[in-house]
Ligand binder design. Structure first.
Ligand SMILES: *[C@@H]1O[C@H](CO)[C@@H](O)[C@H](O)[C@H]1NC(C)=O
Ligand SMILES: *[C@@H]1O[C@H](CO)[C@@H](O)[C@H](O)[C@H]1NC(C)=O
Ligand SMILES: *[C@@H]1O[C@H](CO)[C@@H](O)[C@H](O)[C@H]1NC(C)=O
Ligand SMILES: *[C@@H]1O[C@H](CO)[C@@H](O)[C@H](O)[C@H]1NC(C)=O
Ligand SMILES: *[C@@H]1O[C@H](CO)[C@@H](O)[C@H](O)[C@H]1NC(C)=O
Ligand SMILES: *[C@@H]1O[C@H](CO)[C@@H](O)[C@H](O)[C@H]1NC(C)=O
Length: 366
């Protein structure tokens, strides 16, 4: 792991490379400008052999290796190297491949991206930065349940572009469909191999001709090429029979009819239920109206009672008033009588006095 810039620092005059700076080369040789591609399987070791040679009067200031995602702007430093030092790696899997080369052990899918080397050189007058890129694609083998492909025929109707298929082949089951995703082949009864692309999470789906004419023996397979697989994977053979298709088609139609019937029944029941509910509600509203009416009637009755009472009280007051009036009239009569009595007694006394008065007789009238 220790790699010292011996050639640049200790023996600068031993290396006489024509061409000066940017003397990076591949091992084995090839144009360094071209982005070299590394297609590896998960778990393999990557080695990018960049060989750096410098001019005698040039010093290496630093070398930096960076990983950059091809898809996003994500990037992270892998390692750096300063003259007289050993490689300082950020990941235990990262190592030095000598010169400007780098290694990454046990690559995984998340390592897919660009690996860039950036060399900073210094001569007597100026600094120069040189960068080069290697492109890494880490492929992942598909993960098939029990490491065995299985092929099943499913008679559930499947809508295709041309109609409904009453027999669909399902090739699986996949825990993981690989990176890049695999496309299994179907071997048809007439000896052809057809690639399948349609899939759900765990299976590739191959609907048979809606006409149901292509009956016979089928098999699916995953060719080993480019898939990081050890060998071809072959499934069991299924025999698709015309009678099975017809039978299942009939069964399906029957169940569809049954479903429609059930649906109608359900709709009717729902309507009934709703009508019942509406009726109940109407009844409740009626009861409420009745109650309100009763309440109003009672209120009216009460008002009438109160009115009667008031009337009675008035009547009583009136009677009392009349009584008082009668009493007052009585008192008035008494007073008049007393007054009259007093007046007549006075006249009497005057007359008496007049009669006693002798010279003349005066007739006094009251
Ligand atoms: C990767 O490198 C490590 C360390 O040198 C070694 O032990 C391992 O076997 C290598 N793996 C492969 C797949 O070559
Ligand atoms: C790097 O290149 C120099 C000059 O061509 C050569 O002498 C040296 O062996 C190379 N190093 C490696 C690791 O190949
Ligand atoms: C190595 O990297 C670590 C973290 O980036 C840093 O702290 C340390 O100083 C570096 N060592 C050298 C010798 O560059
Ligand atoms: C390789 O990396 C995987 C995770 O990506 C890990 O599970 C496995 O143990 C590693 N293998 C070695 C030999 O380090
Ligand atoms: C230093 O490098 C620059 C840039 O490559 C170059 O133009 C210049 O001639 C070099 N100077 C010497 C003295 O080598
Ligand atoms: C008032 O009272 C008298 C005697 O109690 C009764 O005869 C009469 O009908 C009453 N009138 C009313 C309007 O209640």
């Amino acid at each position: 792991m220790m790699w010292i810039f011996a050639h640049a620092l200790l023996f600068p005059f031993l290396l006489l490379v024509p061409g000066g700076v940017d003397a990076l080369s591949w091992v084995p040789p090839g144009p360094v400008e071209e982005v070299r591609k590394y297609d590896l399987c998960e778990g393999q070791n990557l080695s990018v052999p960049w060989n750096l040679t410098t001019d005698p009067l040039e010093n290496i200031v630093s070398i930096k290796w960076t990983w950059k995602s091809g898809a996003t702007s994500e990037e992270r430093e892998l390692a750096s190297l300063l003259p007289g030092d050993s490689v300082n790696a950020t990941d235990s899997r990262v190592g030095h491949a000598g010169s400007a080369g780098i290694t990454i052990n046990n690559v995984s899918a998340s390592d897919t991206g660009d690996i860039e080397v950036k060399v900073t050189l210094q001569n007597q007058s100026s600094q120069l930065v040189v960068t080069h890129v290697a492109r890494l694609l880490v492929m992942v083998a598909p993960d098939v349940e029990n490491e065995k492909l299985t092929l099943e025929v499913d008679y559930t109707p499947y809508q295709t572009e041309t109609g409904v298929s009453y027999a669909t082949l399902r090739c699986g089951r996949f825990h993981h469909r690989g990176v890049p995703t695999v496309h299994p082949m179907i071997e048809t009864p007439d000896g052809q191999s057809v690639s399948i692309a349609a899939h759900n999470d765990h299976e590739y789906i191959y609907p048979l001709d809606p006409g149901g004419t292509t009956v016979g023996r089928y098999r699916c397979q995953l060719p080993a090429k480019n898939l990081c697989q050890d060998a071809n994977l072959l499934s069991n053979v299924v025999d698709v029979k015309a009678n099975d298709i017809r039978l299942n088609k009939l069964e399906h139609l029957l169940s569809q009819l049954q479903q429609e019937h059930d649906h109608d029944k359900q709709t009717l029941q729902n309507t009934l239920k709703q009508t019942k509910q509406e009726l109940n509600q109407a009844k409740q509203e009626q009861d409420q109206t009745k109650q309100t009416l009763q309440n109003t009637q009672q209120g009216l009755k009460q008002t009438k009672q109160e009115q009667d009472q008031t009337k009675q009280e008035l009547n009583q007051t009136k009677q009392e008033l009349e009584q008082t009036k009668k009493t007052l009239q009585g008192v008035k009569r008494d007073v008049q009588r007393k007054y009259l009595a007093s007046v007549s007694s006075e006249r009497h006394s005057i007359m008496l006095r007049v009669s006693i008065w002798p010279p003349c007789l005066l007739k006094v009238t009251a």
